[in-house]
Structure formats: structure tokens, C-alpha cells
Write a protein that binds this ligand. Structure first.
Ligand code: PYC
Length: 421
């Protein structure tokens, strides 16, 4: 929890006074000189790195921690996703893990004293053929066994939830059913990043923006620290929490990762009156959509087919997205797209993350987050903080270790992690 002093800085009275006078707003997180040594260095100031720093300080009393980012807080995947939260995965390992994240998100606003705008509006994954329907049933059964609220529903119930959807057999891609997951929904991703950053800062963690790691020091099989564009820093623990550059950063420590990096594009329309309450996903049509509180429709699709570090939008994406969306929702043909953007997705062979120890002692991983990283931020932070503080791998992430690729223990999550890949 934030300290009493920090809470006073953000009290309701303080908020009112500053709101009325527009003066004396405290910095949400501070700037610091880079110290020569820390107990732990976290690379990447996205939701994973910031959450790890926060839980290290809040739950384990570790505050001599630096979070380094080559750009700015939440400027990578944490600010470029479509902010969907859910736990309706396919494998028991996946379901348990993401369910813990949903639980942490449910109490996050109170925990951080920051409105993260979590809206549990329900999540629908449509099935347009027998194969998809079978996978939805499979997911629903695994979800129920793990205590997660999910069920397969038919066209009548879908129509009740999304009245404008054409659920008739005459639709171009008839909807045979859907996996309905009531606890799923959307969140305000920037607020989550800022909330964790503010709370970690208040507990004494140092956040260093514009601080690029350019080398990782390893001697006798043990990590010793990092080289940065602002000078060297020593630390017995270095955690790679990057997305997009995870394999390049790990290579600095001599650790090879089975990751290929692909851009994922998304787009948003002009705002219109609220008409879509639930999140709607169609794997077959490679599209997912939700409506924000401002009324914009946020769309995403599959990752670009080729590996790249480029974060630009493309006309091919817009054309394909429009075609797929209109097959599902012909009535929105006149809506105009306002913006499109891209984030980088580190894809692993089994569509599951890589978390935990590496052959280099003290060099830890929280990477390989594909298209599912934002929703895992809180649980990744909680479990990585526990690993750093106790030296023991929490059971919740044991299945996601790096060694699984060499030992043939893949966590086949493609049927639920992938949105049309
Ligand atoms: O897994 O829910 C998801 C997701 C949404 C956007 C990209 N992935």
C-alpha cells in the first residue's frame, strides 16, 4: 500500500485544492541521479516492470530498486494495446495465472488509490464453425474447473448481449455460438501504468526514463549489473521486463530466447453513442472490438505476418481490418477511423510467456508476452517480485520457465491466447 505520506500527497482535499487553484501539483514520479548500485535493476518501465517494482516494495520491503527505460513510462506495449482483460484461457496453467491477474485488477484502483477505470463488461468470443465451437466448449470446461466464469451461449443469448449483431443463418459468416466470459472487459491502460509508477515511486523505487541499457555485465555465470547510456550500474539481480526488444536485451547477457517479434496494429474510430457493451472477438475473422467510455470503437486484428521492429501503421492493415469488421458489423460502414498505431509482440512457439530464472544467475526473465502482456501485468509483477525477494519460483509461473523449450514441455495456449493468428 502507498505510505501515509504518499496518501496525504494525493488526498481528496489536496486534489480539490490543486484542482481549484491549478498550483502545486506534485510530480507523479520523481527524477533521480542514477546511483552506482541497486539491489535490483528492472529493464522496462511498462506495466510488468512497474508492477514488479511496486510489489517488491509494497509486499517485500525491497525499495533500493531501479526501473530503467530507454524511452518513457508506458511507451511500449503497455501503451499500445487494446486494453482487454480476461482469463478465459485454454490450459489450466494459463487460466489460473490470468485469473489471478483479473482478481488483482479488480482491487487495483483501491490498492493504488488511482482510478484505473476497470470495466467488467463481459467478453464474447464468437464461433463461426464447428471447430471453433468445439474449442469454445473445451475452454469453458477448463475455465469452470478452475473456478472461472465462462460458458458457451447460443445465438439468442448473443443477440440479447449485442442487439445489432446479425445472428441469423443468412449472415455472411453465420454465428453458431460464443464463449461468454462475464468477468472480462477493458481497462484504462495508461492509468494502470501511471498508478503503478506513482505507487512504486512513493515507496522509494527509482524510475529512470531515457535510460537505455546498452550492455549487461556477467562474470563467472552471475549477473553483476548493466551498462547504460548514463553510465554503469551494479546489481545482483537484473530483470528483463521488455517487450519488443526482449530477445536483444537477453542476448546482452548471453541468453538466447525462442522469440520472433511482430508488429500488431490497432485502430480507433470517431466517437459515437454507446451501442456496444461487451468486448467482441472473432478469431475466424481476425478481429476484436470494444467501445470506449468516450464512444470510440477500438479495433485490433492479428499480428503482421513478418517479423519487424517497426511501429508504423499500414494501408494493408486498414483495408483488411475494414473488410473483416464489416463482415461482422455491416451497420458501421459509415464510421470514420481516427487513428491507427502498432505495438511489438514477442511471439513464442507455444503462445505463452517466458518467466523466471535463466542459466545466468541473477538474470531473470518476464518476456515473450505476444499479444497478451497487458492483461498479465499485475500477476507478472506479483510473481516476479516474489521470485526476486525469496529466490523461489512461485507455483503460478513454474510452467512458463525457459527450460521448457529444451525439455519439450510446451504450454499450448494458441487456441485461446491468439486472436486470429
Ligand atoms: O488476448 O485478449 C487478447 C487480446 C486482445 C488483443 C490482443 N490480444
Amino acid at each position: 500500500m502507498p505510505s501515509r505520506q504518499a496518501s496525504a500527497r494525493y488526498s481528496a482535499f489536496g486534489l480539490l485544492r490543486r484542482g481549484l487553484t491549478h498550483r502545486d501539483w506534485p510530480r507523479v514520479w520523481r527524477e533521480h541521479d542514477l546511483a552506482p548500485a541497486y539491489d535490483a535493476v528492472i529493464i522496462g518501465a511498462g506495466v510488468h516492470g512497474l508492477a514488479t517494482a511496486y510489489y517488491l516494495a509494497a509486499k517485500h520491503g525491497f525499495t533500493n530498486v531501479a526501473v530503467l527505460d530507454k524511452a518513457y513510462v508506458g511507451g511500449g506495449g503497455s501503451g499500445r494495446n487494446t486494453a482487454i482483460i480476461r482469463s478465459n484461457y485454454l490450459t489450466p496453467d494459463g487460466v489460473r495465472f490470468y485469473d489471478r491477474s483479473v482478481k488483482l485488477y479488480e482491487s487495483l484502483a483501491a490498492e493504488l488509490n488511482f482510478n484505473v477505470m476497470f470495466s467488467q463488461r463481459g467478453h464474447l468470443t464468437l464461433a463461426h464453425n464447428d471447430g471453433s465451437l468445439r474449442t469454445m466448449r473445451w475452454r469453458a470446461e477448463v475455465n469452470k474447473l478452475e473456478g472461472v466464469d465462462s460458458e458457451v451461449i447460443g445465438p439468442k443469448e448473443i443477440k440479447r448481449l449485442v442487439p445489432f449483431m446479425d445472428v441469423s443463418p443468412e449472415a455472411r459468416y453465420p454465428i453458431m455460438g460464443a464463449l461468454y466470459h462475464p468477468p472480462g472487459g477493458t481497462i484504462r491502460h495508461d492509468a494502470v501504468n501511471w498508478g503503478y509508477a506513482r505507487a512504486a515511486d512513493a515507496l522509494g523505487v527509482q524510475i529512470h526514463q531515457n535510460t537505455e541499457v546498452i550492455g549487461i555485465d556477467v562474470r563467472a555465470g552471475q549477473v553483476r549489473g548493466v551498462q547504460t547510456n548514463r553510465g554503469p550500474v551494479s546489481a545482483p539481480v537484473v530483470l528483463n521486463c521488455t517487450a519488443g526488444w526482449a530477445s536483444l536485451v537477453s542476448a546482452m547477457a548471453g541468453v538466447a530466447l525462442p522469440i520472433s517479434t511482430h508488429p500488431l496494429q490497432a485502430a480507433v474510430t470517431e466517437p459515437v453513442k454507446m451501442f456496444l457493451r461487451t468486448v467482441v472477438v472473432s478469431g475466424s475473422l481476425h478481429v476484436y472490438v470494444s467501445q470506449t467510455d468516450r464512444g470510440e470503437l477500438v479495433f485490433g486484428a492479428s499480428t503482421d505476418a513478418y517479423p519487424s521492429y517497426s511501429m508504423r501503421g499500414s494501408l494493408e492493415f486498414t483495408e483488411e481490418l475494414a473488410g473483416h469488421v464489416l463482415a461482422l458489423m455491416p451497420s458501421i460502414a459509415k464510421l470514420r477511423l481516427l487513428r491507427q498505431w502498432a505495438g511489438l509482440c514477442d511471439m513464442t512457439p507455444d503462445f505463452s510467456p517466458i518467466m523466471g530464472i535463466t542459466p545466468v544467475e541473477g538474470f531473470l526473465l518476464d518476456v515473450g508476452w505476444g499479444t497478451y502482456g497487458f492483461k498479465a501485468g499485475p500477476v507478472a509483477g506479483e510473481t516476479m517480485a516474489e521470485l526476486i525477494a525469496t529466490g523461489k519460483t512461485p507455483q503460478l509461473i513454474a510452467a512458463f520457465d525457459l527450460a521448457r523449450f529444451a525439455e519439450g514441455r510446451l504450454v499450448g495456449e494458441k487456441g485461446a491466447a491468439a486472436v486470429g493468428h
